[in-house]
Write a protein that binds this ligand. Structure first.
Ligand SMILES: *[C@@H]1O[C@H](CO)[C@@H](O)[C@H](O)[C@H]1NC(C)=O
Ligand SMILES: *[C@@H]1O[C@H](CO)[C@@H](O)[C@H](O)[C@H]1NC(C)=O
Ligand SMILES: CC(=O)N[C@H]1CO[C@H](CO)[C@@H](O)[C@@H]1O
Length: 276
């Protein structure tokens, strides 16, 4: 609990000093400037004061963003390295256009993302069980954020030891992946923690969990990559959200809100998830 409090305090101080430095930057534009340069208005018109604030937490802790930023530096299963360039600016003001219009190209399973049943079942894919068919009611509602033992993958024994009560429908599993900062590494690390097949079976047979969240790019441990996915996605009732950003969030009960893109035909989609 004290750790939580300290974190919030720290964050508050960090945010306060950020806005302070923004104010200082704005004030400095009031100093005489080179004629013809910008910054004649002391308030906020100078480019120096245009400093966007990037946040992890909003409204004094009311909203916690558990989504990773989509950047070229993210680790990628597809390349085993980083994602690489994802944004291009084919139409730009600097080159004579009225607006800046970026183009985006990225694997559907990039960063914080969701899997649809068609990811590992070809007949589900063909039948159209895509991202557009995922149940938003499952993706939004009360959720438990829990810590799993750090010395094992998620086996049946581990699942049993967590004693997740029946009736709990959404669980975010925080693992060793968060401690190791794997989402910040510039390569795909196959030694991440995830569900072993027997752990996946145990969850399906003994819990009411319909939303599984995890802190690396796959819910399934690399050694059981396909078997675990098959077990979890077979019923088409369970939704998998992968690559969540779960550091610095106290374990406990929250309301989770996750919204994937509305992408018919896609078996994966980047997703924005927050805790409230
Ligand atoms: C803008 O940049 C693109 C890409 O470099 C180039 O192909 C295009 O001709 C440029 N357009 C203008 C109006 O300069
Ligand atoms: C989890 O399994 C992976 C292989 O899938 C392995 O490399 C890793 O060491 C395991 N992690 C733990 C904590 O046992
Ligand atoms: C607002 C914005 O994104 N502006 C960009 C427009 O495009 C130029 C490149 O031509 C960028 O430098 C600007 O940042």
């Amino acid at each position: 609990m004290t750790r939580t409090y300290n974190f919030r305090l720290l964050l508050f101080v960090a945010l306060a000093s950020l806005s302070l430095s923004a104010a200082v930057a704005a004030a400095s534009t009031a100093y005489p400037t080179i004629p013809g340069s910008t910054g004649t208005n002391s308030d906020c018109l100078g480019p120096d004061s245009l400093v966007p604030v990037r946040r992890e937490v909003y409204g004094n802790g009311k909203i916690i963003d558990i989504t990773h930023r989509i950047t070229s530096e993210l680790p990628s299963y597809e390349t085993m390295g980083t994602v690489g360039q994802i944004l291009w600016l084919p139409i730009s003001m600097k080159n004579g256009s009225l607006t800046n219009n970026s183009e985006m190209k990225l694997p559907a399973h990039t960063g914080t993302h969701v899997d649809a049943p068609g990811h590992v079942y070809d007949h589900y894919f063909d039948a159209g069980f895509d991202i557009d068919t995922l149940d938003l009611e499952v993706l939004n509602g009360p959720a438990l954020l829990i810590d799993v033992p750090r010395d094992k993958n998620i086996t049946a024994d581990v699942m049993q030891s967590l004693e997740i009560p029946r009736g709990v429908r959404r669980v975010l599993f925080r693992t060793l992946n968060t401690d190791r900062g794997l989402m910040y590494k510039k390569f795909f690390d196959t030694s991440y923690v995830g569900f072993m097949e027997d752990g996946a079976k145990w969850l399906v047979d003994n819990t009411d969990i319909k939303l599984i969240g995890i802190d690396y790019l796959s819910v399934a441990a690399f050694d059981d990559l396909i078997p675990s996915h098959l077990v979890l996605l077979e019923s088409r009732e369970i939704i998998l959200v992968e690559g969540l950003k779960l550091e610095d969030v106290p374990a406990g009960l929250y309301n989770v809100h996750c919204l994937p893109l509305r992408l018919p035909g896609a078996e994966g989609s980047p997703i924005r998830c927050i805790l409230m």
